[in-house]
Design a protein around this ligand. Structure first.
Ligand SMILES: Nc1nc2c(ncn2[C@@H]2O[C@H](COP(=O)(O)OP(=O)(O)OP(=O)(O)O)[C@@H](O)[C@H]2O)c(=O)[nH]1
Ligand SMILES: [Mg+2]
Length: 503
């Protein structure tokens, strides 16, 4: 997919008529973080160290080859009081003041940052003034705001709370009222897509002539997000199809068998395996066990790898390309797909499975009992434990079929999969939805590990029972390779409707 964003061209000027907005403020207040979140660009440098940004960087937002909006990251003010004193003495205002100020200070290294941040204003930029209002208002802040008032560019104040302390807010608000028409709270670490759009909406109020371009940009952002969600829904569908249809075959070495597969007949599930094990030698049992274990291992690995590739692709679609964001510590996604905890926390409840699967007929079959049985009793134990544990494992909770079949010229073949467990698609889907929720709600300016936890519990336990029924039915047709285009479309749109509710 081509993204609407393009942060490559970093030296553009507002000569194309599109809105140009400089993000300005005191050092270390979160300017770069706000810009990163607004442009969905995690290549913007954000750092604890004040003075991280030392020169302007331009971040155009491109839509179908056209720049509709451009944000400028700027260094923080270094000498606001001295600049303000000079400005007051100059007796000038507006553009004349701006130009005179740049002419006077641009070759003085002491004023390098101040001139850098004022330059975009001379190029026609409006101002987003970012302040962390969880700290007290200082004289330098008043000086910065006064400079912005004197040069008189369209401007809004953006309150970015770095802490929860709101005690100083009244002082700030009073100062803002003197210098800005528009004031908006926007948290660079927490703002999600709707809040970002709301900020763009607000920009219309500071520069009316930009309204058509801003409307166009907002519509394009919305369209782009819809497209991304559709892509994610399709990718999840492909992943489900892969996992539900997967079978792994493993040859059992003939050397391990005492006879030439005499006991092995075409068989499936517990009775087949039990029959085979009951009538063969110890060596044969060991070989069968080993092959089954290997096949189950390959089966789980193939699905886990496919899940990781899906996750990587969702991450890319949501433009988390540079910063390796960490999921909340308590997220169930830290657990393996086949870990017991995963199956306890995700999937439907016993009652929901029974209700949703009612009337589905043989498609779910014996595994329905399995799915609502004791899921915690070693569901994904290794094959060794599985065989050693005997029937309890299978009857308790069968994830997938294991077939062992003798081969005419000696040896046998173990087949694992496809899974007919009705919880299987639900757990796979629940994990994909959870991952999507974390990624799509993670703001690009947030580079810390303290991601707001959106909750760990199953998404699908909370959807309407009719949707759960539909999901099980459609997943079953997918698993059996009988899904028509209409079934696939129905499942994709069901997934899409859940994705839409998550951000
Ligand atoms: N908790 C929290 N921290 C934030 C927020 N915004 C920024 N920070 C942190 O504040 C520090 C400075 O953020 P930057 O975005 O680099 O600030 P800046 O204003 O661009 O800084 P300079 O370029 O150095 O002037 C970083 O450690 C950020 O993670 C926020 O909304 N919440
Ligand atoms: Mg910065």
């Amino acid at each position: 997919m081509t993204t609407v964003f393009n942060a490559m061209a970093r030296s553009s000027k507002a000569n194309g008529g599109h809105p140009l907005i400089a993000v300005i403020g005191h050092p270390n207040e979160g300017k770069s973080s706000v810009l990163s979140t607004l442009t969905e660009d995690d290549s913007v440098v954000v750092n604890d160290y004040p003075g991280e940004t030392t020169h302007c960087q331009y971040f155009p937002v491109n839509l179908a080859g056209e720049t509709v909006l451009e944000l400028v990251d700027t260094p923080g003010f270094q000498n606001p009081q001295r600049i303000l004193d000079w400005m007051r003495d100059s007796g000038k205002t507006d553009d004349e003041l701006l130009r005179a100020c740049l002419d006077t200070f641009e070759n003085d290294p002491v004023f390098h940052h101040d001139c850098q941040l004022l330059q975009p204003l001379a190029d026609g930029a409006a101002v987003i003034y970012v302040v962390d209002c969880s700290r007290p208002l200082l004289a330098v802040d008043q000086a910065e705001m006064e400079i912005l008032r004197l040069v008189n560019k369209p401007r809004m104040a953006v309150i970015n709370f770095k802490d929860n302390d709101r005690d100083y807010l009244p002082d700030w608000e009073q100062a803002f009222r003197r210098h800005f028409n528009v004031i908006r709270e926007f948290n660079a670490h927490q703002a999600r897509f709707p809040e970002r759009l709301a900020l763009l909406e607000t920009l219309k109020a500071i520069q009316q002539s930009w309204e058509p371009q801003l409307n166009k940009a907002i519509a394009a952002f919305e369209h782009n997000w819809q497209q991304r969600r559709q892509q994610v829904a399709e990718q999840i569908l492909d992943y489900l199809e892969f996992a539900l249809q997967l079978t792994i075959e493993q040859k059992v070495s003939a050397s391990g068998l005492s006879g030439s597969g005499s006991g092995g007949s075409g068989s499936s599930g517990l009775s087949g395996l039990g029959g085979l094990l009951g009538s063969t030698s110890q060596a044969q049992k060991a070989s069968n066990e080993q092959a089954t274990e290997q096949a189950l291992g390959h089966y789980q690995k193939a699905i886990a790898e496919r899940e990781q590739s899906l996750f990587g692709s969702i991450r890319q679609l949501y433009l988390h390309n540079h910063f390796n964001l960490t999921l909340p510590a308590q997220s169930v996604l830290h657990q393996d797909l086949f870990a017991e905890t995963t199956w306890e926390v995700l999937g439907l409840t016993r009652k929901q499975v029974l209700l949703a699967a009612a009337g589905m007929g043989a498609g779910v079959g014996v595994t329905l009992e399995a799915a609502v049985g004791g899921l915690s009793a070693g569901l994904f134990a290794t094959a060794g434990a599985l065989i050693g544990g005997g029937s309890a494992w299978f009857l308790g909770a069968e994830l997938t079929r294991v077939k062992i079949k003798a081969i005419p010229l000696g040896g046998a073949r173990v087949t694992v999969g496809p899974s007919k467990n009705p919880q299987f698609p639900v757990v796979l889907l629940d994990r994909a939805l959870l991952f999507y929720r974390e990624i799509a709600s993670h703001s690009h300016g947030n580079r810390t590990d303290t991601v707001a936890d959106a909750g760990n519990q199953s998404v699908l336990r909370d959807v309407a029972s009719e949707q759960q029924r539909q999901l099980l039915k459609l997943a079953n047709t997918l698993a059996e390779g009988k899904a028509t285009d209409k079934d696939r479309e129905a499942l994709a749109s069901l997934i899409l409707s859940w994705l839409e509710q998550l951000v």
